[in-house]
Design a protein around this ligand. Sequence first.
Ligand SMILES: Nc1ncnc2c1ncn2[C@@H]1O[C@H](COP(=O)(O)OP(=O)(O)O)[C@@H](O)[C@H]1O
Ligand SMILES: [Mg+2]
Length: 290
Amino acid sequence: MIEIKALTKVYPRGKKKALDSVSLTIPQGIFGLIGRNGAGKTTLMRIVATVMDATGGEIYIDGSPLKDCKDVFRSSLGYLPQSTKLMPRLNIVEFLDYVCIMKGMKEKAERQEKIASVIETVGLVGEEKKRLGKYSGGMLRRAGIAQAIIGDPKVLIIDEPTTGLDPEERLYFLNLLSRIAMERTIIFSTHITADIEHLCKNICILEQGEVKYLGEKEAFVSGIEGKLWTYTGTREDEEQLRRDTVVTSVAYVDGAAEIRYVSNEPIFDAKPATPTLEDAYIHALGGVKR
Ligand SMILES: Nc1ncnc2c1ncn2[C@@H]1O[C@H](COP(=O)(O)OP(=O)(O)O)[C@@H](O)[C@H]1O
Ligand SMILES: [Mg+2]
């Protein structure tokens, strides 16, 4: 279990706090960290991954301060940064061999066995000869997961892995994550709520360096149950709803506005709607932007 207490980060040239007294507990399983660009997701992940120091606060791993067990924690950690350059001239086997050596695996036969096994796990069998520079975005992300899981780490930190993937690659990737989640803690960040709708039990919503919500996803979504309505009307209706309620989405279909909004009582002739994680998330952020 990872416990984060009052973590604060101020960058040397940062105008405001990138993290402002963030406290959260991350249990086993897949933990979803959601937030818009600039919310502080990467900052938080880099600090937990021990590649950057916090300005203040503490992190505890199974009850011990992280600063006292950094080396042990690092050896049980896999990290996939948001942007990775994976040595374009190497093929996946050469690249993973390099990673294994960096992780201290001295036996060649052991490395070969581990490499073959992760290549299988991430679905890159048959792509061993190709240089990484020739891989697609999805294949690179799988190669990134391969390097992160190769020592069989108990904790995986994965920063916005679905950005830039096409729908098929994205689904493959999300499935892969749920397959490797057993008996691990995976911290997964995204700005796309659909990524974690079916993946995570526990979530944290980060906004401008602060925790907006922490807890079970279902409780978060059911917070607006019975208060979400859908109504199809004019632009004037939309303006009124934007003024008087919290609008979670607007779709324009054939010149009409299909509006979903949160309000204790329905306004206009609205029908009740079933909330999604996206509705709850947009509601927590104060409504959909124009
Ligand atoms: N190296 C840096 N120097 C100064 N400010 C930074 C630096 N990296 C990030 N920030 C700022 O910190 C805040 C959080 O950024 P980040 O953690 O990258 O958010 P996210 O990953 O959620 O998009 C943003 O306001 C960003 O501009
Ligand atoms: Mg980021």
